[in-house]
Design a protein around this ligand. Sequence first.
Ligand code: GAR
Length: 209
Amino acid sequence: KARVAVFVSGRGSNMAALLYASRLPDAAYEVVLVASNDPAAQALALATAEGVPTFALAHRGMARADHDAAMEQAARDAGAEYIALAGYMRILTPSFVAHWAGRMLNIHPSLLPKYPGLDTHARAIAAGDSEGGASVHLVTEDLDMGEVLGRIPVAIRPDETADGLAERVRLAEHQLYPRVLADYVSRPYDAAWLLERVRALALALPETH
Ligand code: GAR
């Protein structure tokens, strides 16, 4: 089974969906760590109740690189092969993102490429869209711009509020994320990705002549 660390900042309903899906027979992944930048995150209590190891470190007063390094260490210590961001509301440093390239997924509450960033529901409603939704994508340096792996639409009602839409999108997210993550970690051997990594490593080696 693929070993997944889930990064959270808040309620953790997506983390719960990922975790319980991993308890189904023949699950493709297991959750080996739930890590947060907020020691008070509700998600941590749920993980603890379910016997999943947790790591929490408040980011306040810390340099971004130092905080990321601590999160990185926790993921490594847990033997994580993948990171699933699930309502993790911190932007990660480019070196962290590079280290996990092709191995880090995020769920975003819009139908990407529409509405990267914040306030996605209010923006979709204000634009008069007939549907909002959620997307799971690979994390790259450009915020919310990595390859989209899966999307799920949610209807926008005539009298929709951002909070009401956010609640329904959350329910839809719980269906989307476990499936996309399971499919992704089960994908056939990725020769192109491996070649890219070998190239990058070779370039990083010191010149020998
Ligand atoms: C989810 O709706 C997720 O799409 C969103 O935060 C919520 C977390 O809910 N993520 C972002 O806005 C990322 N920029 P949860 O803690 O209940 O899973």
